[in-house]
Ligand binder design. Structure first.
Ligand code: BTN
Length: 265
């Protein structure tokens, strides 16, 4: 069975993925999703690709998605939110991916704030959330996700910091099962987030999934880097970092990058 029919048969969501577009090859599912949004596609539309020729990562980087082994997909959302809240959707998706990996693979996945999911301290998933505006309100938000599922090996230059679920688990994993669980949990977290408009009810669950919780981190901010202990996120999704003098810094996801002191997480 192809991935599209497999996922459509398995889907247990109420509204996400009622409309699915599947491409063997495309430039980027985030770009496809944007075009669909401009053509009145339904909220919750999901675009899935087996292979992207111009997959995009954060900060203008490329994202590689090998044929047949990875999952690349984007979810179209039309939230009535303040634009400054859109970055919280990345955190919700990271939670959904962690849950999916635990349920399908029984692996202890963790979140590297704000947009990566790691297994055994190596990246298995990246999330790129893009917001599009119309005059002064949000037109749509696209949550794009790439997951390394069945790659049997990772390129030499990425191998120190990236892995796949198959490598960590030791057996082939169903991409449709992972995708079904991610969409299920994303809908669940998104619906509960919208009820309040912030992360206060999800904060504890999120912090339990945070790989750097109570660990020393370095915040690479274009305005100046600093070190401290990660204390979890607040209800706005900012990372709370405690400095040596005890004061707290609240880090907004924007252009900042957070590293462990001794490597990637
Ligand atoms: C990152 O870690 O830098 C984010 C990577 C996001 C990759 C996904 S794959 C599906 C969607 N389409 C894209 O072009 N990018 C995102």
């Amino acid at each position: 069975m192809d991935l599209k029919s497999d996922i459509a048969n398995k889907l247990k969501t109420k509204w996400i993925g009622k409309q699915i577009y599947y491409y063997e090859e495309t430039l980027s599912t985030n770009l496809d999703c944007k075009t669909l949004a401009q053509n009145d596609a339904l909220e919750g539309t999901v675009v899935i690709a087996d292979y992207q020729t111009k997959g995009r990562g954060r900060r203008g980087r490329d994202w590689e998605s090998p044929k047949g082994t990875s999952i690349s997909f984007s979810i179209l959302l039309r939230p009535r939110l303040n634009p400054d809240k859109a970055s919280m959707l990345t955190l919700l998706q990271a939670m959904a991916v962690v849950k999916a990996i635990k349920e399908v693979c029984n692996l202890d996945a963790k979140i590297k704030w704000p947009n990566d999911v790691v297994v055994n301290d190596k990246k298995v998933c990246g999330i790129l959330t893009e917001m599009h505006m119309e005059t002064d309100s949000v037109f749509c938000v696209i949550v794009g996700t790439g997951i390394n599922v069945n790659q049997e090996c990772i390129s030499e230059e990425l191998k120190q910091k990236a892995t796949s679920l198959r490598i960590e688990r030791g057996n082939e994993i169903s991409r449709a099962d992972i995708l079904e669980r991610v969409l299920y949990w994303f809908e669940y977290y998104y619906d509960s987030f919208l009820k309040i408009g912030d992360l206060s009810t999800l904060q504890t669950t999120y912090n339990d999934m945070l790989v750097s919780m109570n660990r020393e981190v370095k915040v690479l901010d274009p305005m100046g880097s600093f070190q401290g202990i990660a204390k979890g996120i607040n209800e706005k999704g900012e990372l709370i970092v405690q400095l040596k003098n005890g004061s707290l810094q609240y880090v907004y996801a924007g252009e900042v990058s957070v590293r462990g002191l001794y490597g990637y997480v």
